[in-house]
Design a protein around this ligand. Structure first.
Ligand code: 1BN
Ligand code: ZN
Length: 334
């Protein structure tokens, strides 16, 4: 089992006021290349700092002030890298009434810079945390759901991926990094709202926009990351994912000597990848949905920083980067 290691001593990584005047994809700023790690490596310490920062906002359910603070943090981090994030705001119609939500995305153009038809690879993470306000055990009135693993870990890795991709001189494919709101259901269970879809609000909204604009035709693959900070990280073999993409990541882990961290339970998993599968984009969910003894930390107040580890972010980063090389080949039809 991987052990948790705290990195409280890290210096603050982000100036929260971003530099607005930098050109797109300049990938400049304190967060860009030039860190202690070799260019091309995902720096787990930087990712861990992003995880800590999100958890410090407290519970971050859609529509909350903390969700807005998280969005602002994501945008500032991306701007600090010299990128120009786009905010996609919308009002979600939920079983609890309208909720104001917003996705944030950033495009890193490939060689065919500017061409609308350039092949695109979408990488997705949700930043919202599960709503708990009406589900408190009376004995736990002061407890809070922090989503260190479910929400913060995946978003931390996606932010760090942005920094790594910035350091690449020329990409073969265009990457879109998408931070979605409203992955979690607003009712307690994913499928409680019979007849109405009460989950994946942000990814469904983005998928609908891709279809409406025609841009979806150039999106050749989608990689969703979720719950990747578990100190005992083993990615599941999700049956709802595209089999080829799943195989690419399994082989990537093997090539990195990390086979013990993939090929977990073969189960069908519901998550944001379904929104993109529904519009015909091959998609994979990289997720470890076995968190704590018998998954007892998932969607509980046990989802804390103490149950995540920087080593798991490191392991996942290696699998992700090696796998994305394979996905790029998939996207380009190689
Ligand atoms: C993943 C993280 N999910 C929610 N938080 C999706 C999901 C819902 C996975 C129900 C399995 C069951
Ligand atoms: Zn969740």
């Amino acid at each position: 089992m991987l052990r948790s290691k705290r990195l409280w001593s890290l210096p603050p990584l982000l100036a929260l006021v971003a530099c607005a005047a930098v050109p797109p994809i300049a990938c400049s700023g304190e967060g860009a290349a030039g860190s202690s790690s070799a260019a091309g490596d995902l720096d787990a310490a930087r990712a861990w700092a992003h995880l800590e920062a999100q958890v410090a906002f407290g519970p971050r359910p859609s529509g909350s002030a903390a969700a807005e603070a998280t969005r602002a943090y994501i945008e500032a981090a991306l701007k600090d890298m010299g990128l120009q994030p786009v905010r996609e705001s919308f009002t979600a119609s939920t079983p609890r009434g309208p909720v104001q939500m917003a996705n944030v995305y950033v495009d890193l153009p490939g060689r065919e810079r500017g061409a609308e038809s350039a092949p695109m690879l979408l990488v997705v993470s949700h930043y919202d945390t599960k709503r708990f306000d009406d589900h408190w055990d009376p004995a736990q009135q002061t407890a809070r759901f922090l989503g260190a693993n479910d929400g913060a870990s995946n978003t931390a890795v996606l932010l760090e991926l942005a920094r790594v991709l910035c350091a690449v001189e020329e990409r073969d494919v265009t990457y879109r990094l998408l931070f979605v709101d409203g992955e979690e259901a607003v009712l307690w269970n994913w499928d409680d709202a019979r007849g109405q879809v009460d989950n994946r609000y942000g990814s469904r909204h983005h998928a609908a926009e891709l279809r409406r604009s025609g841009r979806g035709r150039s999106v050749k693959a989608c990689v969703v990351i979720d719950l990747v900070g578990d100190e005992d990280l083993v990615l599941d073999d999700d049956m709802n994912s595209d089999r080829t993409l799943m195989r690419i990541f399994r082989e990537a882990a093997r090539a990195e000597g990390l086979a013990a961290h993939v090929n977990g339970r073969r189960i069908p998993i519901k998550d944001d990848h379904q929104s993109f599968m529904e519009i015909g984009i091959p998609s994979v969910d990289l997720i470890d949905l076995d968190y704590g003894p018998d998954n007892s930390w998932w969607h509980t107040t046990e989802d804390t920083i103490e149950h995540c580890s920087v080593e798991s972010l490191e392991v996942f980063g290696k699998i992700l980067l090696r796998g994305l090389e394979g996905v790029e080949g998939f996207v380009l039809g190689r």
